[in-house]
Design a protein around this ligand. Structure first.
Ligand SMILES: CC(C)(COP(=O)(O)OP(=O)(O)OC[C@H]1O[C@@H](n2cnc3c(N)ncnc32)[C@H](O)[C@@H]1OP(=O)(O)O)[C@@H](O)C(=O)NCCC(=O)NCCS
Length: 273
């Protein structure tokens, strides 16, 4: 029964319809609840997917900075500075203006990078620092090498996609997701959190399988809706959630400044009987 529940990827309605069309047969992964031995890889994948990877939201935020209105002011100041370099009597001003605009541009970029990095590091020090506790997992057995095997004690759970070789788990993790009701007064409203797939395994249907597993768990516990928040820098994720039936509820700027910010997008999936 337990095995059937946690290792099945069968979901009804829109999710099943989507799963059937998208799950790549080449993605040989097993979706299972978190184990303590996964913790280091989870933190590494999280930082890679969210910060350091080429398609991470951080990289996209840095690319978006290049097109901010304030950046165009700096481009203008830089070009004006270059033009002032032409004449002898304005050369000093030109050099100063060019230098200041470049310095401001890079300081702003560094600030963006540092703020985002510290935000992500805080995440790895929050629920990701103690996944078993944060997601209400209980020990149900031990592996041959005495590693604890967890199962959810209620609605909440944290799953990983473990890469399989010759039908056996390799211990290598490709992605993960959490389903959490700890912040919700109403246990029928859950939150999908920490969805990430290692860039090397993107577009193989791994996130789709993780989402299907979370939805199966939610349905088994009579959860009626699953909320999540993402940002405008995660268009791939937004597309993916929409495909599963999530609907955008609202958008709000997170700590906006004249230098821009992150537009947070809240979405909700309503689960029908
Ligand atoms: C978003 C993310 C989890 C998707 O993981 P994945 O395993 O590559 O996704 P899947 O292969 O299961 O794709 C599922 C669907 O999502 C959508 N999708 C995923 N990546 C996409 C991309 N780069 N561009 C457009 N759509 C994309 C597609 O609809 C895709 O279905 P399809 O392949 O049949 O077209 C992954 O890109 C990631 O980790 N991103 C960085 C972290 C992040 O943004 N997490 C979300 C936090 S809210």
């Amino acid at each position: 029964m337990l095995k059937g529940l946690y290792f099945s990827n069968m979901v009804i309605d829109k999710s099943r319809q989507y799963q059937n069309s998208s799950m790549g047969s080449d993605a040989k992964v097993n979706i299972r609840p978190f184990r303590n031995g996964d913790a280091t890889q989870i933190r590494e994948i999280f930082m890679l997917a969210m910060v350091y990877g080429q398609t991470s939201p951080m990289r996209r935020a840095l690319r978006a900075q290049l097109f901010e209105p304030a950046t165009f002011v700096l481009y203008g100041a830089f070009i004006a500075g270059l033009m002032l370099l032409i004449r002898d009597h304005t050369r000093m001003y030109g050099a100063a203006l060019s230098f200041i605009s470049v310095a401001l541009f890079y300081s702003w970029r560094t600030l963006l990078w540092r703020k985002y990095l510290s935000f992500m590091e805080q995440s790895t020090n929050a629920d990701l620092a103690n996944i078993a506790n944060s997601y209400g997992l209980k020990v149900i057995a031990k592996t041959d090498n005495q590693e604890e095997i967890f199962a959810p004690s209620g609605v909440s759970c944290f799953w990983v996609a473990e890469i399989m070789m010759d039908g056996r788990g390799t211990g290598k993790i490709a992605g993960f997701v959490g389903l959490d009701v700890s912040k919700s007064e109403d246990q029928s409203v859950a939150e999908l959190r920490r969805m990430a797939v290692s860039p090397a395994y993107h577009r193989r249907g791994i996130a789709a399988r993780l989402i299907n597993t979370a939805i199966t768990q939610a349905r088994a516990h009579n959860v009626t809706s699953i909320s999540l928040s993402t940002t405008m820098f995660q268009l791939d994720a937004i597309n993916m959630y929409k495909k599963f039936g999530w609907v955008e509820e609202r958008r709000q700027w997170f700590k906006p400044t004249f230098l821009g910010g992150a537009l947070v997008v809240w979405m909700r999936l309503t689960l029908t009987k």
